[in-house]
Design a protein around this ligand. Structure first.
Ligand SMILES: NC(=O)c1ccc[n+]([C@@H]2O[C@H](COP(=O)([O-])OP(=O)(O)OC[C@H]3O[C@@H](n4cnc5c(N)ncnc54)[C@H](OP(=O)(O)O)[C@@H]3O)[C@@H](O)[C@H]2O)c1
Length: 186
């Protein structure tokens, strides 16, 4: 499977999650060469640095020319469109983030000839029934993996509540390695 924007806080969690669910080969993208180790530590088998590596070449080399079964897309924009032809027949593409913009021009042939399924998700717009189903779905494999420490949040740093402006600036800088935790004094 392929995770675009795998260096994001949510992408790093996603990598650990799919590994816990048994994904055999996970590819992940970043724009930053110095984040290769960050992705490898999260369980990404093949790190693709967009701008240095060719995305299609890397995907087909790692999948014996077949393409991936599943895409978790945190980038959207042109990257979303580019992922469709890299997906094998009956594949699934889940759009999670829109870091590179919410608009994409896609090739409908890439969807239909592969019999692809595209999902959109937003926890902010999640209805209670979906949230319930999602939480129930975590129970058999994900909760034990969290308890056993196989899935851990990747924390860039912990900052005080009074540092929230600096924390926001750090998030915008693109230098974070995971999430920032803000602590609130009692
Ligand atoms: N659907 C949902 O329910 C849901 C839930 C949570 C978050 N999200 C979305 O998921 C995305 C990631 O959230 P996050 O908080 O985990 O992000 P984050 O940790 O703040 O990710 C920042 C990283 O994203 C990469 N990035 C930034 N702009 C980019 C661009 N234009 N193209 C490609 N990569 C870019 C950069 O990494 P590199 O330097 O490695 O490229 C940057 O370091 C966001 O769009 C967020 O809104 C959706």
């Amino acid at each position: 499977m392929l995770i675009t924007g795998a260096s994001t806080g949510i992408g790093l969690l996603g990598a650990q999650l799919v590994k816990a669910l048994g994904a055999s080969t996970v590819l992940g993208t970043t724009r930053s060469p110095h984040k290769r180790n960050l992705l490898a530590d999260a369980g990404i088998d093949t790190v693709i640095v967009t701008g240095e590596d060719d995305l299609a070449d890397a995907v087909f080399a790692a999948t014996g020319g077949e393409g991936v079964e599943l895409v978790l897309d945190h980038v959207a924009g042109q990257m979303f469109a580019d992922c469709l032809p890299l997906t094998r027949r009956d594949g699934r593409v889940v759009n999670i983030g829109r870091l590179d913009g919410a608009a994409a021009t896609i090739d409908i042939d890439a969807l239909s000839y592969r019999n692809l399924t595209v999902y959109g998700v937003s926890f902010g717009a999640c209805r209670p029934i979906e949230l319930g189903n999602n939480l129930a779905g975590l129970e058999p494999e994900i909760v034990p993996a969290v308890v056993e420490g196989r899935i851990r949040p990747v924390i860039d740093r912990t900052m005080g509540w009074d540092e929230h402006v600096a924390a926001t600036a750090r998030l915008h800088s693109g230098d974070t390695h995971g999430k920032i935790v803000l602590t609130i004094d009692a």
